[in-house]
Design a protein around this ligand. Structure first.
Ligand code: TXA
Ligand code: MG
Length: 324
């Protein structure tokens, strides 16, 4: 676990233009001084991420928005007050402190206040904003432990702050808050239901948002093994068939079928609660890769609560892959 002196050291690395992996409540981030274009450029290099994909600026509190964003509509202010610190990212007009390198050239910027004591201590010791994408290579599974980060990025990162396993386990919910009719651009740790309860009305659908969302490729969050999605009641049979055809099959086994006899290379019995599922999701995918599976059979949970984010990540993990 990170000590006070680790945090001082990490703040020094950021000041010197280096990269720090930091824990957040969602996933680990690969952080750089948001106001240092050269450091920001290194993030893209280390991740292998196209420079047009905008980053999230992490700040220490909602009262620190000045300079990072332009005007803040009343609705955005309400969401910030209610959900920060927490797994909500607001897309707003870009402020003068944000270099275009961090926004992929966009005039909007994504900002959030992470709800993790180590991240908040780092932001406070550093004093500025930290741009941080998830600390994985482009398109791969996001890291939810410090060990995942080390395995994934190795020497690419100058310092890794260990804050234990991430509690939420999936990325923040991204909301386009540039206007008075916010919409969800990426489902995540704050549920649609919680957002709508605070707003007092249904959220606009993503397709109605004028905001461009670069970096939302159909293929993303993907393990090495190919992911196949089927109906829950077909998971066991599909896995068995593929196993008989010579695949090394991993299963994300829905709780309703926990007692079924399963023929597969590796089995992850899923928890009943969607909160526990989200917390474990990326770890399960990594685990099945590590066990040498070449195919993962899974089904989609209900699209309610954190289920919306899980469905989004599984769909993308199962999406068409780039031909190398
Ligand atoms: O939970 C999280 O959000 C984690 C932790 C580290 O904070 N971060 C994260 O960052 O997931 P990343 O880079 O993996 O995903 C950020 C996504 C981009 O892919 C893009 O879709 C969206 O945020 N984004 C960033 N800036 C944007 C902008 N100005 N307009 C629209 N979308 C934006
Ligand atoms: Mg990511």
């Amino acid at each position: 676990m990170a000590t006070t002196s680790d945090i001082e050291k990490a703040a020094g690395v950021l000041r010197a233009g280096g990269l720090v992996a930091l824990p957040t409540e969602t996933v680990y981030g690969l952080g750089a001084n948001a106001e240092d274009p050269a450091a920001v450029a290194r993030i893209f290099q280390v991740k292998g991420r196209p420079p047009s994909h905008p980053l999230i600026v992490h700040i220490g509190g909602g009262e620190q928005l000045d300079g990072w964003v332009g005007d803040v509509p009343a609705t955005a202010r309400l969401l910030a007050e209610r959900f920060w610190p927490g797994p909500l990212t607001l897309v707003l007009r870009r402020g003068s402190r944000v270099p275009l390198e961090a926004t992929g050239g966009l005039e909007t910027v994504a900002v959030r206040v992470p709800d993790h004591p180590v991240a908040l201590a780092l932001l406070s010791a550093f004093g500025g904003g930290v741009t941080a994408p998830s600390a994985n290579r482009f398109g791969q599974v996001s890291p939810t432990t410090a060990d995942h980060v080390r395995a994934e990025l190795g020497d690419g990162v100058d310092f890794v702050l260990d804050g234990g396993p991430c509690e939420v386990g999936v990325e923040s919910t991204i909301v386009d808050a540039t206007g008075e009719m916010p919409s969800i651009l990426r489902p995540g740790g704050v549920t649609r239901e919680d957002l709508e309860a605070v707003l007092g009305r249904p959220l606009a659908l993503p397709s109605t948002s004028p905001v461009r969302v670069p970096g939302q490729h159909p293929y993303h969050y993907a393990p090495r093994a190919r992911v196949v999605l089927v109906e829950p009641e077909k998971v066991v049979a599909e896995a068995q068939l593929a196993q008989e055809l010579g695949h090394r099959v991993g299963i994300l086994l829905p709780p309703a079928f926990a007692d079924a006899p399963v023929k597969a290379h590796a089995v992850v019995p899923l928890p009943v609660s969607l909160t526990a599922y989200a917390h474990g999701l990326y770890g399960y995918l990594r685990e099945l890769d590590q066990q040498g599976c070449d195919l993962i059979v899974a089904s989609l949970p209900a699209e309610e609560g954190l289920g919306l984010a899980i469905v989004n990540r599984l769909r993308r993990a199962a999406g068409p892959r780039p031909t190398a």
